[in-house]
Design a protein around this ligand. Structure first.
Ligand SMILES: [Zn+2]
Length: 321
């Protein structure tokens, strides 16, 4: 019994909180406002077509608002209005004056829905939260158009999937914590030649992407583990993230060497395309600049050999994010 009482009080309180409804008047001429919820009760005023009211309760075809009662037959429930922001801490009330009760209070900068002005006052408006003084509301300015180009949409990625024996299990992309940069260590190759090599050979090694001057090849899907940074630690200065960055939590990108000049060095075009790919993946998986690393940082392997020098790596690649 006691529980039922508590439940009832709870339900009544919910009903009370949810009671507020915004209506738009829909009549040909005028709509009478009555003293009580009956057509025989006295008329205390009227509303015109298109005006808004905030009803605190609705019962048996009558909506109650601060002026009195109106028949819901001539009202249309409205939910979409204009988004306004509160310019100060603001009370929303059951009627258009401070003498009416407070329904809710919103902090400065809260987005609310504004429908229109109250028909009987000059500076109060009807909102989704009740009546509010429009002096403390301003229209939300339109969102600024995005100035930065979205790299994700402009990147064309060619899929040449590796032989399944070269990579590991499926994973959630939410496991991706690091983006690791590698080099293919070839003197002259392309993203496609690497893609085809891993597709046609079983080598138990892999990377997610191969990048050359104008092509990005996906060899292992992002949601699969690539065999890229496993193996033991080299006895040198690298490997600061050994056992922290692993095959399971890394996305691996290989830089090709399109210029066969015996230098084994990625061209500036390849580097630029790799930068675009990394940027889009950083955004996609919310990876910070600090977690864009070299294979060298994981095991100490000289990869990419031309960037094991920290300042060179930063100058040529890492600082560009
Ligand atoms: Zn590597």
């Amino acid at each position: 019994m006691k529980l039922l009482t508590i439940l009832l009080i709870y339900l009544i309180s919910i009903a009370y909180v949810l009671a507020g409804t915004v209506y738009k008047v829909k009549v040909k001429s005028t709509l009478n406002i009555r003293k009580s919820a009956s057509t025989s009760s006295s008329i205390v005023g009227s509303l015109k077509n298109g005006q808004f009211i905030y009803a605190t309760s609705v019962s048996k075809g009558w909506a109650k608002f601060y002026k009195g009662y109106v028949s819901t037959s001539y009202l249309v429930k409205v939910t979409s209005g204009s988004t306004y922001l509160t310019t100060d801490k603001l009370n929303f009330r059951t009627g258009p004056s401070t003498k009416y009760g407070i329904i809710t209070t919103k902090n400065k900068g809260t987005a609310i829905t504004y429908f229109g002005k109250d028909p009987f006052t000059t500076s109060w408006g009807v909102t989704n939260n009740g009546y509010a003084n429009t002096k403390y509301l301003k229209a939300k300015s339109q969102a600024k158009p995005q100035t930065k180009p979205t790299t994700t949409s402009s990147l064309k990625i060619t899929k040449i999937l590796s032989n399944k024996k070269n990579y590991g299990n499926q994973r959630s992309t939410s496991n991706i914590k690091y983006i690791v940069i590698h080099y293919t260590a070839n003197n002259g190759d392309s993203a496609k030649s690497n893609g085809n090599y891993f597709k046609n050979n079983v080598v138990k090694a892999s990377a997610h992407y191969f990048v050359d001057d104008n092509t990005i090849v996906q060899s292992v899907p992002d949601n699969y583990v690539a065999y890229s940074v496993g193996g033991s630690k080299y006895n040198n200065k690298g490997g600061r993230l050994y056992k922290k960055a692993t095959n399971s939590n890394t996305l691996n990108i290989e830089l090709c060497d399109t210029k066969k000049d015996k230098t084994v060095m990625a061209t500036s075009q390849t580097i630029n395309l790799a930068l675009s790919l990394v940027r889009s993946k950083m955004k996609q998986y919310k990876i910070s600049k600090n977690n864009v690393i070299r294979h060298y940082d994981v095991t100490g392997k000289s990869c990419p050999a031309y960037w094991v020098n920290d300042s060179r790596w930063k100058k040529k690649f890492w600082n560009k994010f």
